[in-house]
Design a protein. Structure first.
Length: 133
């Protein structure tokens, strides 16, 4: 495991399990719009630099994502990420009710013809799926 970004609201690492590389973004608590986008941009640059197509977004400890950041994620970031090779995402659903609602909203609005997305309650299950898909 290689830690690429380590902030109180998000820790991003490069992982390789069963010879399958992926990015793990471990979200915690609330992040401002600037913090959220900075973290997403770190994931994007890592996708591109390391030529990775798989991401585990662990939102188990995350809080709500602001509505404008949800729109930005789906209309801006995902297009650039798929251009960089992003194809598969495992999302660990937040325990926080508002976090759950915003996560489900993002997934519902995502263009799943370009990215395969699956939601999980547990990080281990998400990582197991990402390396076998």
């Amino acid at each position: 495991m290689e830690i690429l970004y380590d902030k109180p609201f998000c820790k991003i690492s490069y992982r390789c399990e069963a010879q399958v590389p992926f990015i793990l973004a471990d979200w915690s608590g609330f992040s401002t719009s600037v913090q959220f986008r900075e973290s997403c941009e770190t994931v994007l640059s890592t996708l591109s630099e390391k030529r990775i197509s798989r991401v585990v977004m662990d939102g188990g400890k995350a809080k709500v994502v602001a509505a404008e950041d949800q729109v930005w994620l789906n209309t801006d970031w995902v297009a650039r990420a798929t251009d960089a090779g992003y194809r598969t995402c495992a999302i660990v659903i937040p325990k926080d009710l508002f976090g759950q609602m915003s996560t489900r909203q993002v997934v519902t609005q995502a263009d799943q013809s370009k990215v395969t997305i699956r939601m999980f309650d547990d990080t281990i299950d998400a990582m197991n799926w990402i390396v076998t898909t």
